[in-house]
Design a protein around this ligand. Sequence first.
Ligand SMILES: [Cu+2]
Length: 151
Amino acid sequence: MYPVNYSITAKISRKALLTSLAVILALFGVMVAVAPRSTWPGSYESSQKVFHLTVQEWAFNQAGDEDPMVVNTQDRVTLLIQNTGELTHWVALTQVVGVELNAHRIDPGFTTKLEFAASVPGELYLTCTIPEHLQQGMKTSFTVQNPPVQT
Ligand SMILES: [Cu+2]
């Protein structure tokens, strides 16, 4: 019998590392999205919140007469975003600006609908994912908060 030596050298490229990190973040995002509704003391009726926004060079603006963009965890949120500018924009929701997983293209004159279930308290950013546009300030944010305790 000959001694057998195994030598496994794992070479992980920077790109592969970043790709796996992105996959992990994506899976985490899915887990957050499908997580069961948390129970909140005092019972909270989750509601459907709709916000109308416009996107143009170089900002998002609220176009409807809704309240400021504050939603409660457990709310279902619909964003109707109309591109009133002259350029195509790619919009995405993210908790970390610069890490967007799903960008939606909006051509000039078109409206897109984004829907999500608010789950984690904190800021949720709506950005244009085109780096130059983001640098120009194409970013706005929602506050996701725990609902008021009702007795
Ligand atoms: Cu843009």
